[in-house]
Ligand binder design. Sequence first.
Ligand SMILES: Cc1cc2nc3c(=O)[nH]c(=O)nc-3n(C[C@H](O)[C@H](O)[C@H](O)COP(=O)(O)OP(=O)(O)OC[C@H]3O[C@@H](n4cnc5c(N)ncnc54)[C@H](O)[C@@H]3O)c2cc1C
Length: 302
Amino acid sequence: MQYFTRDGSHAIVNLLLKHCDTPNIEIHNPVSVLEMQKEGDEFRIICDKGEVRAKYLIIGTGGMAAPAVGATDFGLHIARKFGHTIVPANPALVPLVFDPKEWEPFSQLAGVSLRAIIAIGGCVFEDDMLFTHKGLSGPLILNASSYWNEGEELSINLCPSIDLAEVLIEASKSSGSNKSKPASILEQYMPKRLEAVMVGALPPNRNLSELGHKALRQLADSIHNFRVKPTGTQGYKKAEAMSGGVDTKEVDPKSMQSKLVDGLYFIGEVLDITGHLGGYNFQWAWSSAVTCARALKSRLSE
Ligand SMILES: Cc1cc2nc3c(=O)[nH]c(=O)nc-3n(C[C@H](O)[C@H](O)[C@H](O)COP(=O)(O)OP(=O)(O)OC[C@H]3O[C@@H](n4cnc5c(N)ncnc54)[C@H](O)[C@@H]3O)c2cc1C
C-alpha cells in the first residue's frame, strides 16, 4: 500500500511539529548525541551542543541502512553499553551481487525485469525481479535478501505462469513440419533478451523436434529452477533496512521498555525487527513509538 501527500513530505513533518508545539516539549535539531550514561536514576545525554538529563530515555536511532542520510550503529552501541544483546546486524532489503566472471552471461541482461517466484527461509515470494550489471534486484530480491545467508544458492522460477516442459514437449510434437525453435515458444512467456541467454546453452539451429524431450526438460528446468549463488549484497549503502539489532527478548513489548535498565526504551529499527517491503518497517517504527508513548504517559500520570 502506498500513501502519497498532496503537499510533499514536509506537510507530514509540519503536522508532527505542530503536535509538539506545547510548553513541555523542547526540540533540539540539528544535534549529534555523542554518548549516554546512567547516573543514579537519571540518564545523562551528552550532545555536541551540551548535555541533557532525563529520567526516561527512548532510543529511536534507527538502523545502519543508508549511511548517506545519517544512519549509524549508534543505537546498537548504546544498547550494548547498557548490557543488551545485539542480534548480528546485516543489510536487508538490498540488491544481491555475484562473482563478476560467473555473472558475465547475465550482465548483458541489465534492465530486464520479469515476474518470478523464489522460496527462501520458509517464505515464498512472487514479485518483479530486475537484472542489474552486478546481480539481481527488484522487490522479489529485496525481500529475499532479508532471508539469504552467505554462501547460500538461490533457486528462482523465472517462468511461474506455466509448466514450460509440458509446453515445449507439446510444441515439439507438432513442430516437425514448421521447424519451430525453442525461442519461438519461450519468447511468449519471458523477455526476449532473457530467452536468448537461456537457450544459448542448447545446440544452435535445432528446431524443437530435433532437440528431444530430455534437452527440452533440461531447458525448462534451467528456467523454472534458475540457480545462482550470490557472493554478497550491495551493503548498507543500497539497503532499505537492517536485519538484526537489539534482541527483542530483552524488551517488554507492552511498553518497549528495556527489561535490563529501568527507564530505558527502544523503538523502531534499532530493534531486531525487519519487515518485508510494503510499508511494514515504517509501520513498526510508528507502532512501537505509539506503544512506548502510551506506556510512558500512563507511567508519568501514576
Ligand atoms: C532508501 C530507503 C527507503 C525506504 N523505504 C521504505 C518504505 O517504502 N517503506 C517502509 O516501511 N520503510 C522504508 N524504509 C525503512 C524505514 O525508513 C525505516 O525502517 C524507518 O525509518 C525506521 O524508523 P526509525 O525511527 O527507527 O529510525 P530512522 O527513521 O532511521 O530515524 C532515526 C534518526 O535518528 C538519528 N540519529 C541516529 N543516531 C543519532 C545520533 N547519535 N545523534 C543524533 N541523531 C541520531 C538519525 O539521523 C535519524 O534521523 C526505507 C529505508 C531506506 C534507507
